[in-house]
Design a protein around this ligand. Structure first.
Ligand code: ATP
Ligand code: MG
Length: 199
């Protein structure tokens, strides 16, 4: 064996010991709270990816879309026929078009009721609260209500929260937080959002 091969083998042995130790230390089994935040692209895409993953094992999944701004959504088109998926979309507002606080609040509360129902249902394995961070930011929903519903969910249920500027309390509660960092975005170079890529 060459020196390089020997060094490689040694470093792989070390890595394996390290990974094995970590795997052995992770003994807890329970549902997770994940937050996908930050200004870069990929938050909602990652949430739908996880939805696909859960559906792949035959689990029940609920998705709440808190923003109607980007109405079309390829993943929803594809997955909506799965009887294990339930999607609730905010009815009227909220887009930056409505600019009507009262109507937006009412629309938000209505779809939040669906979220609360899913968050209380032990048969739902995964709940996605897509773009809910904006509802908190604009005061259409209050953090205590959201926190309580998430905290009291069934122990085996996981929740994904997406959106920029996630509330500090959500970040503190979360088991897994990923911040998508914008390095560059085509939109800023004048390229239109692309069907099948951006929505
Ligand atoms: P995606 O839905 O593509 O995963 P996202 O959920 O991370 O994106 P949002 O902030 O929800 O991002 O933005 C929704 C839309 O805006 C998507 O079409 C997305 O591709 C686009 N977008 C995401 N990040 C940026 C950005 N930094 N600048 C401009 N447009 C963006
Ligand atoms: Mg998004």
């Amino acid at each position: 064996m060459s020196d390089r091969d020997t060094r490689h083998k040694q470093s792989m042995q070390k890595l394996k010991a390290h990974v094995d130790e970590k795997v052995a230390a992770a003994t807890e089994q329970r549902g997770l709270l994940l937050v996908f935040t930050g200004n870069g692209k990929g938050k909602t895409t990652a949430a739908w990816g996880t939805v696909t993953r859960a559906l792949g094992y035959g689990y029940r999944v609920g998705v709440i879309q808190f923003i109607k701004g980007q109405w079309e959504c390829g993943e929803r088109e594809r997955l909506v026929e799965d009887p294990n998926l339930e999607v609730a979309i905010m009815g009227t507002g909220f887009t930056w078009e409505t600019q009507n606080r009262e109507a937006d609040t009412a629309a938000c509360r209505e779809v939040w009721a669906e979220a609360e129902r899913m968050l209380a249902d032990p048969d739902v394995y995964l709940v996605v609260l897509d773009e809910i961070t904006y509802m908190l930011k604009f005061g259409y929903l209050d953090i205590d209500t959201v926190r309580r519903a998430i905290e009291n969910r069934p122990a085996e249920q996981s929740v994904i929260v997406t959106g920029r500027n996630a509330h500090r309390e959500l970040l503190e509660m979360a088991d897994t937080v990923t911040e998508m960092q914008e390095v560059r975005h085509a939109f800023n170079a004048g390229v239109q959002a692309r069907r099948g890529i951006d929505y």
